[in-house]
Design a protein around this ligand. Structure first.
Ligand code: UTP
Length: 225
């Protein structure tokens, strides 16, 4: 099976802890014994810090995004370091490079690609481009909710949902300033157009991801009926 895993910076690099990278690396090595594995790393707090300072200094949004992309690639390099020989030696800069890198038979780890989006969208396009069987979005919430569970006590979690429902939820959340959307709108659109089976789950424990690939998880599954 071909699997793309998007690991939010909030999960992998909330604060920089080598143990977190090590535990992710050992899960990914296990997973790669029987599957082709691609990982997209987010930027986490460091990306947010750099972006906020750049903004304060008057940088335009595209410049802020470029800083964010660089941090996601630095996180990718940390994960590659933890994976050693099991990983392709550097983060591909685009999807074509990622596909080529996978010919090495190693785990491919990349960060962001272009301004104007987040690594959610990168992982969805990558899943589309390499023909992934499964996209896992490992975030700090445990699935997709009817509304932001941090702000609304009545929010209910979807066990399963269609890509069209995902778009509806994301649009509703994204329209609120500072909202914490489970995936970004572009990612939701790509998931819909290619009907990529996607699982959104809490990635704090890497074992959750391994279990999810083999069908056991408590997250939200997104696929057409
Ligand atoms: P993230 O994907 O980490 O964004 O990329 P995020 O919203 O902070 O997600 P979490 O919290 O990690 O889950 C960090 C930043 O890098 C830029 C954006 O500015 C994004 O907010 N970026 C990332 C891009 O501009 N393009 C990309 O392809 C990826």
């Amino acid at each position: 099976m071909k699997v793309v895993i998007s690991v939010g910076g909030s999960v992998l690099a909330r604060e920089l802890n080598p143990e977190k990278f090590k535990s992710y690396a050992s899960m990914l090595k296990e997973l790669s014994k029987k599957n082709a594995v691609f990982v997209v790393t987010g930027g986490g707090r460091a990306a947010r810090d750099y972006i906020n300072v750049a903004r304060e200094l008057g940088a335009d949004e595209a410049t802020c995004d470029i800083l964010g992309i660089k941090i996601t690639r630095i996180n990718a390099r940390l994960l590659i370091a933890a994976l050693g020989e099991s990983a392709y030696h550097e983060p591909p800069l685009d999807y074509e490079q990622a596909k080529k890198a996978s010919l090495s038979g190693r785990i491919v780890v990349m960060g962001g690609v272009v301004p104007g989006q987040t690594t959610d969208a990168v992982s969805a396009v990558l899943a589309e481009y390499i023909g992934a069987d499964l996209l896992i979005n490992a975030t700090s919430t445990d699935g997709v909710y009817t509304s932001d569970p941090k702000k609304n006590k009545d929010a209910r979690k979807f066990e399963t949902m269609t890509p069209a429902q995902l778009i509806e939820v994301v649009m509703k959340t994204e329209m609120v300033a500072g909202a914490n959307s489970p995936v970004d709108l572009l990612a939701a659109k790509i998931i819909e157009r290619s009907n990529i089976k996607t699982i959104v789950l809490n990635g704090d424990s890497p074992q959750t991801i391994l279990d999810a690939v083999y069908g056991k998880h408590a997250g939200t599954v997104i696929e057409k009926n």
